[in-house]
Design a protein around this ligand. Structure first.
Ligand SMILES: [Fe+2]
Length: 420
């Protein structure tokens, strides 16, 4: 299990405030948090630096946000939840920004409509850069000066803000790729970008020991509240694919008429196939051969690589086509904790057959930050692992990502399961 590299403190009981280890002095904690803050903020700017001012304002669909908005929103998060409640001397950069950069926090006040974020040309990119600098300086001052009695609580909010910004770093990439995929000139995000190599070797299935297994966050390091509590799950006799489903396998699905065979599809899935005209994964185009839009522009589909940009509906139809199933999130986690599966992290978020629901005994955090995860626990499906766009150190065994079943602009793939 890899621990989040941005967290310089350990957490006690899952879901409670971060607690600095006794061996870490107050000065060391301030220094470590300052470093973590600067590193995460710099990563956002590094990802945005590949993009022009024009690139950064475009919004290609309601689910995707402009880069400029991501840069402003993560900054607002620190201003709203860290600085305003904890620094009486903090001066708000611009009173209008809360309306523009609040995403979905009802408790934090009214907000601009999400589908219209791409209409905002002012503040311009330079204004957002100034906003970031203003908040950066204020957060650095808070880290240096927060009274010792408040430090643990304040640093726990800072920690959430850092993990939140990392989530948006991934969205920045997936959202601009969606925008570039609408552009007939096939823009390149990063020349020379290469997809991570999938693990090679014998394919096949690995057995997950049947019985009661504990899953969820084990209390070590940071987690979001939706990963708690650590709890027991009953695992049936199941085997999970060692590898992710590949493009070669997906080409077989296409060749066999997978996208034109209604009996393979959930009713809602078949409706989506009809309405959207799906004939292949997202960003695939058939010229002389199949190509796919990537961060390095349009590239031939590599049969050896895992399939990406498939919806839950497609993943479920493929599993049915293969005579298999998708694993549940508990089955996935038990297999991953046992290091039994390849490429659990770093290539594709993997759809599970688990609906995104609260774990037994889950309680959302108190206050506005309680809106972070809990209010979305309906109508979405859980994805596990992490993707090629996930920032280093952000992944966790217990991490629960979630999207609506038709979504496919994320780097989403699948692995299969079978019951024995
Ligand atoms: Fe956010």
């Amino acid at each position: 299990m890899s621990r989040p590299v941005i967290s310089p403190v350990s957490r006690g009981a899952a879901g409670r405030a971060a607690v600095a280890p006794k061996k870490q002095s107050a000065d060391q904690a301030r220094e470590a948090w300052g470093e973590a803050f600067r590193r995460v903020r710099a990563e956002t700017e590094e990802r945005a630096a590949h993009l022009s001012a024009e690139d950064q304002i475009v919004q290609s669909m309601a689910d995707a946000s402009p880069t400029k908005w991501h840069r402003g929103h993560v900054t607002w998060f620190f201003e709203q939840f860290l600085l305003m409640p904890n620094d009486p001397s903090y001066k708000i950069f611009d009173e209008r920004f809360s309306f523009l950069f609040n995403s979905y926090y009802v408790a934090a006040g009214p907000r601009h409509a999400r589908p219209q974020r791409g209409l905002i040309t002012r503040p311009n990119g330079g204004d957002v850069t100034s906003y970031r600098a203003h908040v950066d300086a204020a957060v650095e001052r808070l880290i240096a000066n927060v009274p010792a009695a408040d430090a643990e609580r304040v640093f726990s909010i800072l920690e959430i803000g850092l993990h939140h910004e990392q989530q948006h770093q991934e969205l920045l990439i997936t959202d601009i790729l969606h925008a570039f995929a609408q552009n007939p000139t096939d823009p390149v995000y990063e020349r020379g970008w290469k997809p991570p190599r999938a693990t090679q070797g014998p394919r096949g299935f690995v057995e997950v020991p049947a019985g009661i297994h504990a899953i969820g966050h084990d209390g070590e390091g940071f987690c979001f509240d939706n990963e708690t509590p650590w709890h027991d799950e009953l695992i049936p006799n199941v085997r999970i694919a060692r590898h992710l489903v590949s493009n070669a396998e997906w080409l077989e699905f296409i060749a066999a008429g997978g996208y034109s065979t209604p009996s393979l599809w959930l009713s809602d899935g078949w409706a989506a196939v009809q309405a959207e005209g799906w004939q292949a994964p997202g960003y695939w185009r058939q010229n002389d051969a199949w190509h796919v839009m990537t961060l390095a522009g349009l590239k031939p589909v590599d049969p050896a690589e895992p399939v990406l940009h498939v919806s839950y509906y497609e993943a479920e139809a493929f599993a049915r086509f293969a005579g298999k199933h998708l694993p549940s999130e508990a089955e996935w986690e038990v297999a991953a904790r046992a290091s039994a599966i390849a490429d659990a992290f770093g290539i594709a978020w993997q759809w599970t057959r688990s609906a995104y629901l609260p774990y037994p005994g889950y309680h959302a955090a108190e206050g506005a930050l309680g809106e972070y995860n809990g209010k979305f626990m309906v109508s979405q499906m859980v994805l596990r692992g992490s993707s090629l766009a996930t920032p280093a150190g952000h992944e966790r065994m217990s991490y629960r990502n979630f999207f609506y079943p038709p979504a496919r602009w994320q780097f989403s793939g699948l692995r299969l399961a079978e019951f024995v």
